[in-house]
Ligand binder design. Structure first.
Ligand code: ZN
Length: 104
């Protein structure tokens, strides 16, 4: 499966984080490799999956539906990236929506 790099989703990242994110650097939770977001491997399918270029673990996942976005950043450490606190953006952790805005 071919992949793009993080720059290919710069618009989506700007939308979710409210700032340029491709020049943020983050560490892989699994192998510890540190990379700029722009250098991460991006796979587009039903959603957007961002993988570590070193060990291919999933670092971030984005699922867009209409104007809503679900964001899972569990694999990425220390990036300093925080999704905007907006009702259209849902933060997911281990499959659970944890932003407190979703219905329980
Ligand atoms: Zn890794």
């Amino acid at each position: 499966m071919t992949h793009l790099d993080g720059n290919a989703i710069g618009g989506l990242l700007n939308d979710v984080f409210g700032r340029e994110a491709t020049d943020a650097s983050g560490r892989c939770r699994i192998c510890g490799a540190e990379n700029f977001v722009g250098a991460l491997h991006v796979y587009r399918g039903a959603g957007v999956v961002v993988r570590c270029p070193t060990c291919h673990s999933v670092l971030m996942r984005f699922v867009e539906s209409r104007d809503q976005v679900w964001v899972d950043l569990n694999g990425l450490l220390g990036s300093g990236l925080e999704p905007l606190r907006e009702t259209r953006i849902h933060v997911v952790h281990s499959g659970q929506v944890v932003d407190g805005r979703a219905e329980p």
